[in-house]
Design a protein around this ligand. Sequence first.
Ligand code: BES
Ligand code: ZN
Ligand code: ZN
Length: 424
Amino acid sequence: LGPEVEPHALRKAAGTAARAIKNAASAALALPSRTPAELVAVTEGWRLGGYRYTTYKSSPGADETASVSVLSPHARSAEFVAAFERVLVLIEAVWRTRDLINMPPGDLRPPDFAGIVAAACEELAQQPAGQLTCTVYDEEQLADLGCGGILGVGQASGAPPRLVELTWVPTGADKAPDLAAPHLALVGKGITFDSGGLAIKPAASMKGMKQDMGGAAAVVHATLAIAKLGVPVRVSTFVPMAENMVDGNALRPGDVVHTYRGKTIEVSNTDAEGRLILADALGRAVEVEPDAIVDVATLTGHMVMSLGDRIAGLLGNDDALRDRLLDCAEAAGEHVWPMPIPEEMHERVVKNTIADVNQHDWARYGGGLYAAAVLEQFVESFPWAHLDIAGPAFHNGGATGHITPGGTGFAVATLVALAESLAE
Ligand code: BES
Ligand code: ZN
Ligand code: ZN
């Protein structure tokens, strides 16, 4: 654990231990759990490090340790008990986010994904602390709404696109919406598979593209966790879902999409599809007039080049929201790094002779920043932050600490912490 025990080291150690102990009916973890943060780190490490995705295995292998005790000298303290119960809810949310990302993309096309989210929501609908609702818009309703970005990206797929909207209204907030709870809007990129479209990806880059709904899965399960925990913050969550495929009806470079609130985008690279579906969803988010909008997206390979595969890029238009998110990520044990949106990007984004917004401009450098500048066109003047999780959403190597192969569930813990921080 090193000379100074930190939650980060505890999380890692407990994760390694979870995989090292095989065939035990029960285990007791006597790692330092002297503060709520240490107790939480040990519990997270064990549960997340022990995660395995076995749905498609004909024999799942060794059984999980059936009973695990986390030993703490403060086990009777109400503060410790509350922290422990909270983190169990969070861990479940991360597990379920990982499950969704790990699912084969042929089994999780937009209508499947929307159905799973709606069913999960239904289970939680009536709660003492508030009300959770879910609305699914199908392709006809998307046409009526005017969501040309989502429809355009989804138009070459045999499975039509969807937009899923969740709302969490804590008890009391419905009566005096302005006075009561702060209002957070979450938006998540839900490309269930990204072939690149006509700008088709080479095989090696396409292989991992089932992960392209990692942002969507994270905002959904963060919202459900916020509801289960009864956090007194109003949450509106917008999840555009489409499959970016190739056929005779595919979106072409040169096409113009009409986004939800009227702005047009000229498409030049069908593989930059995330910003097209997010444009519609951000427009929907603007209309609920939230106190803050946070979008989470596996948006660009450029961000992976910049920050590697363990760190998310954080961009936006509001310093206070950025600083708050950095603090929340730190407390949640997730690595997030601030990145700028330089002024010149704004100029490039609006420089188009055909449409209002230029989707992509073929400059090789700073593509992650350019993508954020495109999104900024759709948030109007609301405080907004963008998390590009293209690197950390998916882990390609072997298990390490609390991170296991495949979907990581990145951003769930930070978003739940953000809602709690706004509630304070
Ligand atoms: N889904 C990808 C980004 C991505 C890359 C996610 C690696 C996860 C891991 C995105 O839609 C994409 O293809 N982006 C392009 C943007 C470019 C065409 C401007 C990219 O990053 O190359
Ligand atoms: Zn994509
Ligand atoms: Zn793409």
